[in-house]
Ligand binder design. Structure first.
Ligand SMILES: N[C@@H](CCC(=O)N[C@@H](CS)C(=O)NCC(=O)O)C(=O)O
Length: 224
């Protein structure tokens, strides 16, 4: 299934393989929209990968970016590539220390935050809504009550004070895409416990590009 996601004022540059509900595909879709790069989205589900796709994605993961038969896997790598080919508007800070710090928070979001949030999304959305199977409530409870709070604490104390949600950059974007999956799973962050993180997320939700993408995703999901 193909979906043409057109940004204004540019010629189609490539094809993105993956599904939008993947936070990593979402990260690349925002980068593409932010840089006004036109692309076609080809739906590829994680897990059901044929040998042709494995040749494009040796670690068997989505997303994969493709241009004229040349392919590039991994959201971080794809965003870094797009920054080189389309430097404006920039997704990465120019100051070396701010640049490195942003890369660290991208890595944190892609690993620690994903590991904590992913199972909640998997149970509540993939299992319940797509597979029509009951969620494993013990997994959901453990992640919500025990695994996620220390991660939120770190984001509250270390990330939120330095993050500027008026800017879409690789750090703010990478953290935000993981929270969208929690939101799709029906989770709302407790603003009393994590006030700076909650206002960061509220401010991010105000970006037109991000709002539109989330609306599109919601419309594509089966009812609960
Ligand atoms: N580091 C990779 C992670 C990509 C990733 O884990 N994608 C998941 C979907 S959210 C996937 O394809 N999983 C399939 C698998 O691991 O077999 C990136 O940034 O693109």
């Amino acid at each position: 299934m193909a979906d043409s996601s057109k940004a204004t004022g540019s010629v189609q540059r490539g094809t993105l393989h993956g599904v939008s509900l993947s936070p990593f595909v979402r990260k690349v879709r925002v980068a593409l929209a932010y840089k006004s790069i036109e692309y076609e989205l080809i739906n590829v589900m994680p897990g059901g990968m044929d040998p042709d796709f494995l040749a494009k994605s040796p670690m068997s993961k989505i997303p994969v970016w493709e241009e004229d038969g040349w392919t590039l896997p991994d959201s971080s790598v794809i965003c870094a590539y797009l920054e080189r080919t389309n430097p404006e508007p920039p997704l990465y800070p120019s100051d070396p220390r701010e640049f490195a710090t942003a890369l660290f928070w991208e890595e944190y979001a892609d690993t620690r935050l994903l590991d904590a949030a992913g199972p909640v999304f998997f149970q509540r959305v993939v299992h319940e809504r797509f597979f029509k199977q009951p969620a494993d409530e013990e997994i959901v409870r453990r992640h919500l009550d025990e695994v996620l709070p220390p991660v939120f604490d770190q984001l509250e104390d270390l990330f939120a004070p330095i993050a500027d949600p008026s800017q879409i950059n690789i750090a703010t974007l990478s953290v935000w895409v993981q929270f969208v999956n929690l939101e799709h799973a029906g989770f709302e962050l407790d603003a009393k416990s994590w006030p700076r993180l909650a206002s960061f997320l509220e401010a991010m939700a105000g970006h037109e590009i991000l709002r539109k993408l989330v609306e599109e995703e919601r419309a594509s999901m089966p009812a609960s």
